[in-house]
Design a protein around this ligand. Structure first.
Ligand SMILES: [Zn+2]
Length: 630
């Protein structure tokens, strides 16, 4: 296999040096998902010029990288081959490479592509090389980039483009060192068709200009997976002093209404774990094909429109992406094997924000729901599956394989257990210090353990036995000491489900004051063997099929498929053609694929819907429908 050419890096523990704040502190970490060899040279700043061509669906650009050149420190012996710097690329056409500001013609080569990883770009350098200029074009199939036709947008008039770089897709639109451990600042000049606005994970414009030329500055060092671009008929509406929303004109008012509490969220987050360092926090609401709920691109969260429920009930997603401004964007998982360090901490932080804003009973409903999702994921993966460990082993695999509820909810459960064991005050102080001390750096699971042992456990075996960190991190399944969270509000919902199942008519069940979380609970507690007439009774009274809330629709359609409740099928098909968020697609297609009839329906719908999905979602659904064919 080609994977064998991956070089093993020497792991060098850097002797602590004085590092100016917000500068890249380079540590040499072996990342199995990048060809970069930071022991020789790593990037520290990018000047990017990009032209967006909607007709050909390509980006043409020049990426000029300032580098930290460590040749003299590293290469002690004379080598047969000249030394080179390595970049990650996938599907890029490289047209020219030059060195330094003088643009000396460079010697370079592109290796044969490796599955998932793409092709290593090698550029020969000397000890005095300071800058690499790469001229390139993306392919129309670049996995990070989704090109939407006008019909696929909310406004239906202009095309739209957005990128999704996490985990290792940045290399499909920028030649880069695509590892979370390598940070860089960037400036970008992006040219787009005149009637469109461009936005990045950087300081952003708020209005279109006549030239279609936009300049961006990201002055804080970020890893490549946080590189992001969106282009479309986009307008801006401020919410607070540091917050606002971007969206298509037809969506922006709805978005501003939904996110009205954003400034408050930001203040609440700062009160918990220290100052927000990224200046502004804005959210862009994308067209419905965005494959994720949200993506924490710095300064500008990318979000799915499926959280616009009209009643501000799904904004915990914004709290989640905002929390990433600390856990993830400031303190970053060293490799994708440490993904729980990004997501578990973020879910914990998110629920603390929700608790501070809306009360403990509200946050606990989400914690209980998260726990149920976790139990289900463990069941699906198998309780002995190595993929249920917090520390993952994703070598030679697509890191996307590790992006499931384990990192999020098992990670959350562990942090909640720590809070319960040592007390909230002590844990908060630890976290505040953790974010401050590791800002703009990466952290490995092992480094976290060392720090936690030194600062919290301090040799106290009663605490370490109570928590048993090693079991949580290095063993599969859900440990016995995982905290049990009780939600009184959910208990009340469960009683109502029982009433319905024992024959009480839905219109005599009191659902006054039900929030989205309570409806989700209600629907998730309906048994698998619901009859069509039971489904109809519910639908007649609660109108689930016509709900405008995507979370409610998602779970209702799942039940409808199982019960073969055909009156919901039309709405189900519309939903699947319109929405590309993988969280909804995966369970719905999986449920359909369980029976031959359902499989046929799934394939029919997918043939119409597939073109509307991002590659991240397409890959998942391709797999589900193919897998069940055998
Ligand atoms: Zn997240």
């Amino acid at each position: 296999m080609k994977n064998k050419i991956l070089i093993t890096l020497t792991i060098i523990t850097m002797i602590s040096q004085t590092t100016p704040a917000q500068e890249t502190k380079t540590r040499i970490i072996h990342d199995p998902h990048s060809f970069a060899d930071p022991a020789i040279a790593s990037v520290k700043h990018l000047d990017l010029t990009l032209n967006v061509d909607f007709d050909k669906k390509i980006l043409t650009g020049k990426a000029s990288w300032d580098i930290d050149n460590r040749l003299l420190e590293t290469i002690k012996e004379v080598r047969n081959t000249p030394p080179f710097i390595s970049f990650d690329t996938r599907g890029l056409t490289i047209t020219k490479v030059t060195l330094n500001v003088t643009e000396l013609v460079a010697e370079w080569s592109l290796d044969e592509p490796v599955p998932f990883l793409g092709s290593r770009l090698k550029v020969n350098i000397t000890p005095t090389t300071t800058r690499i200029n790469i001229y390139y074009t993306t392919s129309a199939e670049a996995d990070a980039v989704q090109w939407l036709s006008p019909e696929q947008t909310a406004g239906k008039v202009y095309p739209f483009l957005f990128t999704q770089s996490q985990a290792i897709l940045a290399r499909t639109w920028i030649p880069c060192q695509d590892s979370p451990g390598i940070r860089f600042t960037y400036n970008a000049d992006v040219t787009v068709p005149k009637h469109l606005l461009a936005l990045m994970s950087a300081q952003n414009p708020t209005v279109k200009n006549d030239q279609g030329k936009y300049h961006f500055i990201m002055s804080k060092p970020i890893p490549s997976y946080l590189m992001a671009l969106a282009v479309g008929d986009i307008v801006f509406k401020p919410i607070g002093k540091r917050t606002g929303v971007y969206a298509e004109p037809v969506t922006v008012e709805k978005a501003a209404y939904e996110f009205f509490d954003m400034e408050n969220m930001l203040l609440t987050a700062e009160k918990l774990y220290g100052p927000y360092v990224w200046d502004r926090y804005d959210v862009i609401v994308l067209p419905p094909s965005f494959p994720f709920g949200g993506m924490e691109n710095p300064m500008l969260t990318f979000a799915t429109p499926t959280i616009l429920a009209g009643d501000r009930s799904l904004t915990s997603l914004v709290a989640h992406e905002l929390a990433h401004s600390w856990s993830g964007n400031l303190v970053t998982n060293a490799t994708w094997n440490d993904f729980w360090m990004n997501e578990g901490f973020t879910v914990y932080f998110e629920r603390r924000i929700m608790e501070a804003l809306y009360g403990k009973d509200f946050a606990d409903m989400q914690a209980v729901q998260g726990r149920e999702d976790l139990v289900q994921t463990i069941e699906e993966l198998g309780k002995d599956s190595p993929d249920t460990k917090l520390k993952l082993a994703l070598e030679n695999r697509d890191p996307d394989d590790g992006m499931n509820d384990i990192a999020y909810e098992k990670g959350y459960s562990l942090l909640r257990l720590i809070e319960n064991t040592i007390g909230r005050e002590k844990f908060d102080a630890f976290l505040k210090q953790y974010f401050a001390e590791h800002s703009f750096q990466v952290i490995t699971t092992e480094e976290f353990l060392v720090e936690f042992n030194a600062k919290i456990i301090q040799g106290d075996t009663s605490i370490s036995n109570k928590i048993n960190l090693n079991k949580w991190i290095y063993e599969p399944g859900l440990p016995d000491n995982s905290p049990v969270i009780i939600s009184e509000r959910f208990n009340k919902v469960d009683e109502k489900v029982k009433l319905f199942l024992s024959g009480t008519s839905p219109d005599s069940i009191d659902v006054k004051g039900f929030t989205t979380d309570e409806w989700i609970r209600f629907l998730s507690k309906l048994p698998a063997g619901m009859s069509e007439s039971q489904m109809k009774k519910l639908d007649d009274v609660f109108h689930f099929t016509k709900s405008g809330n995507s979370e409610i629709l998602g779970i209702w359609f799942e039940r409808a498929i199982t019960a073969k409740y055909t009156p919901a099928y039309g709405a189900l098909e519309d939903f699947l053609i319109q929405v590309g968020r993988r969280k909804f697609l995966k369970p719905l297609y999986s449920e359909m694929a369980k029976t031959p009839d359902g499989m046929q329906m799934a394939k029919k719908i997918y043939s119409k819907a597939r073109q509307n999905y991002h590659s991240v979602s397409r890959n998942t659904i391709d797999e589900i429908l193919k897998m069940n064919e055998q």
